[in-house]
Design a protein around this ligand. Structure first.
Ligand SMILES: CCCCC/C=C\C/C=C\C/C=C\C/C=C\C/C=C\CCCCC(=O)SCCNC(=O)CCNC(=O)[C@H](O)C(C)(C)COP(=O)(O)OP(=O)(O)OC[C@H]1O[C@@H](n2cnc3c(N)ncnc32)[C@H](O)[C@@H]1OP(=O)(O)O
Ligand SMILES: Cc1cc2nc3c(=O)[nH]c(=O)nc-3n(C[C@H](O)[C@H](O)[C@H](O)COP(=O)(O)OP(=O)(O)OC[C@H]3O[C@@H](n4cnc5c(N)ncnc54)[C@H](O)[C@@H]3O)c2cc1C
Length: 674
């Protein structure tokens, strides 16, 4: 596939797709990056970080032993960390939580096929110091953490409890004699379990423990705990720490366990922004809201929406490019084999992935802006917006991770057998994203948190009280009756809100009817949880549809007509896809008719045909470099078969023509001598 100057040519089908694309790809890249300047900065950062010297791996990661994989990930984390520290100042400094942190997080995928053992340090340890420490504590810990003298993680979950934080068993008992806390793990189930980097990498850790002072328990609080010697890295006396073993993914993250045997830490190692222990052991609560210590979890939930949007964009890029290169079967006897992208079923599998990646990216940008507003409010002592934001971030985290995991798996299905190859990168992308559905709050648990808020909002609507923005639709749909049907995009968004309102109303009725039969409210709630989860899902879907549609319109106001057209096609496709997926709900809660359903299906199929010529251009617009995609099937040049063979030849099993097992086992078996 090289021309006579040694320049690698692009696969002809891909080249033709690009020549036929109706819009300027860069325009959509700028929209997704949040402006041309962001794209320029991103590309500069990519150029200086993605060097062959740092990235080259002689043996594919997946062919290494678990120990070698981990060591390689540590080596690369350190090289990457140093590079970032040395060079990033040129780009305005290490804004750990600014736009550059998203860029860095994405570039990190080129270094770590799975995950960096230092991710939790930057992703959770540093943010928790920022969110939970006083200014004085920050000035002690932040410089040491940012310069990587102190490397940390976040250890909340225990062997026995993850979801139910109030059930955590690790204790931190204050001793006024020595002005220290005594950390203790009273049971096996109280051992910390899961924290990333804990197994072998970190020397410090944020530990969430039940605070006891003056004979009273004040619930869970966060503490900074040194667990390893800074010189020798040996666990300190009183600390039992190790790695938890192989997992579906995250295998380079050295997730760990940790137990304490009456281990002492100074009083000031309690993170004291929201509560304090005075020297004499007096407990002072500063958090009027009550859940401010859960702040890091809210921050990560916001970040995760962005994470999964990007990972879905990666999977869609791989699957769409591969589908343009791959030819299979014949549509009519004797005709040449078509590109598999020409099968309408393939378009149905893949175009929703592109649209969802856009929907989640724009929703994530909007959520991030909303979050910034909430953080500013909190800085000014206002916590009124927190319940709504907790409900919103909980459901968006749940739905975005669940949608992304399902669609990434769909991308793998759409690549047939080759999608099952590790070298396609689809299995690793899936294993990473499917974990997001669980960590930082399980899917069902978070939707039930949102449902709690929705039921309260319904009761407020009933009482004629004003509602906060994301639930204000409940006032409009409060009265019983079906939502009028209108097949415009705006009409579909309204119907989605109508469905959510109908489902919330049904939950309220169900709980009340159950209470009338003599059940307690808790039991009535519990029996209604299947409906409550569905109501929270419907609410979240309506929010995503609404935000995606309105943000896409706003962002493309000044775009070229062709970009506006294709962006409109994608949003309309998303809305039609979900209307058809939830057609039972629409028939129940809206005035949609049988003819309307037929029209929805027809329009959906027309949209697939309209988007088809631009599909490759749309995934090119994600502008994900080959080093980050890490995929034999998805590289820009489309050299799919060549790359598959090149990677296969790197397998250690191909290093020798005959494996020793032949002489040890097969030959004796063949000769009846075993
Ligand atoms: C080197 C290379 C790297 C380069 C990288 C460069 C930069 C990096 C930068 C960024 C990184 C970006 C992203 C990181 C991405 C990925 C991270 C990777 C891995 C992450 C690992 C995951 C870590 C974890 O999982 S940590 C553990 C998380 N655990 C949980 O989430 C537990 C879930 N459980 C809960 O949240 C709660 O227990 C609960 C279910 C909510 C119940 O709580 P409880 O206290 O029991 O509640 P209670 O019933 O008493 O009261 C409920 C009441 O409280 C309100 N509430 C609950 N939570 C909150 C909240 N968070 N905020 C506000 N209010 C809250 C709730 O609404 C109820 O109110 P009411 O009574 O109804 O009024
Ligand atoms: C890859 C990965 C990395 C992680 N990293 C970290 C880390 O760095 N630090 C850390 O502290 N933790 C970490 N965790 C732990 C993670 O946060 C928890 O696993 C997660 O919060 C779920 O809690 P759990 O495991 O206790 O699940 P459980 O709560 O036991 O859930 C099991 C099932 O029970 C259901 N369930 C539980 N409670 C309810 C309820 N009230 N109502 C209805 N259904 C319910 C759930 O829906 C689920 O189906 C990580 C986990 C993973 C998978």
């Amino acid at each position: 596939m090289s021309d006579n100057k040694g320049v690698r040519r692009v696969n002809e089908d891909l080249a033709r797709e690009r020549a036929n694309c109706s819009f300027d790809v860069r325009e959509i890249t700028f929209l997704l990056d949040g402006g041309e300047n962001n794209t320029i900065t991103r590309k500069k950062i990519e150029d200086f970080t993605l060097t062959d010297e740092l990235l080259s791996d002689k043996v594919p990661d997946e062919c290494l032993s678990p120990k070698e994989k981990y060591e390689n990930a540590v080596r690369k984390s350190c090289l990457f960390g140093k590079l970032v520290k040395d060079k990033l100042l040129e780009f305005g400094g290490l804004e750990t939580f600014g736009p550059n942190s998203f860029v860095l997080r994405r570039i990190a995928d080129a270094f770590f096929k799975e995950i960096s053992p230092l991710l939790l340090h930057l992703g959770m340890f540093v943010p928790t110091i920022l969110g939970q420490c006083t200014a004085e504590q920050q000035s002690e810990w932040l410089p040491r953490a940012l310069s990587m003298q102190v490397i940390g993680t976040y250890a909340q979950t225990e062997l026995g409890h993850g979801t139910f934080i109030r059930g955590l068993e690790t204790t931190a008992t204050y001793d006024p004699e020595t002005e220290e806390f005594v950390l203790h793990s009273p049971t096996l189930s109280s051992f910390k379990w899961w924290a990333g980097g804990l197994g072998k990498t970190v020397n410090h850790c944020i530990v969430v423990a039940q605070l006891h002072t003056k004979g009273q328990c004040h619930g869970t609080h966060p503490f900074i705990v040194q667990i390893r010697d800074l010189e020798t890295h040996q666990p300190l006396p009183g600390i039992k720490v190790g790695e938890i073993g192989p997992k579906l993914g995250f295998n380079t993250a050295d997730n760990g366990f940790l137990g304490f045997d009456k281990y002492r830490i100074p009083r000031m190692n309690m993170m004291m922004k929201n509560a304090q222990i005075l020297k004499d052991g007096t407990y002072v609560k500063l958090d009027r809201h009550g859940k401010m210590t859960y702040g890091t979890m809210v921050f990560i939930r916001v970040m995760v929406v962005n994470e999964v949007a990007f990972n879905l964009a990666k999977a869609a890029t791989i699957a769409v490019r591969y589908s343009a290169v791959r030819r299979q079967s014949e549509k009519k006897p004797g005709e040449p084999e078509p590109q598999i992208l020409d099968y309408v079923t393939q378009q149905h599998k893949l175009f929703i992935c592109i649209a969802t990646a856009h929907a989640l990216q724009l929703t994530s940008d909007w959520l991030w802006r909303t979050f910034s507003g909430v953080v500013t409010d909190i800085k000014h002592g206002k916590t009124d917006s927190l319940p709504e934001f907790h409900a919103l971030s909980s459901c968006l985290k749940a739905i975005s991770t669940s949608d992304a995991a399902l669609l990434i798996e769909q991308c793998r299905h759409s690549c047939g057998g080759h999608g099952y190859m590790m070298s396609s990168n689809l299995p690793l992308i899936y294993s990473f994203v499917t974990a997001t559905r669980t960590y930082e709050g399980d899917y069902t648990v978070l939707l039930l948190q949102t449902a709690r808020f929705l039921i309260k909002a319904w009761e407020q609507a009933e009482a004629g009280k004003p509602l906060t923005p994301t639930v204000s639709y409940l006032t409009k749909y409060f009265k019983d009756g079906r939502v009028p049907w209108d097949s415009t995009s705006e009409g579909i968004v309204n119907a989605a809100y109508g469905v959510a309102a109908g489902k919330i109303s049904a939950c309220v009725k169900s709980i009340r009817n159950r209470v009338k039969t003599g059940l307690s409210y808790e039991d009535a709630w519990d029996l209604t949880t299947v409906q409550l989860v569905a109501a929270a899902e419907a609410h979240c879907r309506a929010v995503i549809c609404d935000v995606y549609r309105s943000e896409a319109v706003r962002l493309t106001e000044k775009s070229s007509p062709n970009v506006r057209a294709v962006m409109r096609q994608l949003t309309t496709l998303y809305l039609h896809y979900w209307a058809l997926e939830r057609i039972g709900d629409l028939l129940r809660y809206s005035a949609v008719s049988e003819e309307d359903v037929v029209a929805l299906q027809q329009k959906y199929e027309e949209l697939l045909a309209l988007i088809r010529p631009d599909a490759v251009g749309l995934v090119d617009a994600f502008d994900i470099r080959d080093e980050i995609l890490n995929s034999t099937l998805g590289a820009y040049d489309g050299r799919v078969y060549e790359r598959l063979m090149e990677e296969a030849l790197k397998s250690p099993l191909n290093a020798e023509p005959v494996n020793r097992s032949f002489h040890m086992y097969l030959k004796p078996l063949m000769q009846g001598k075993l």
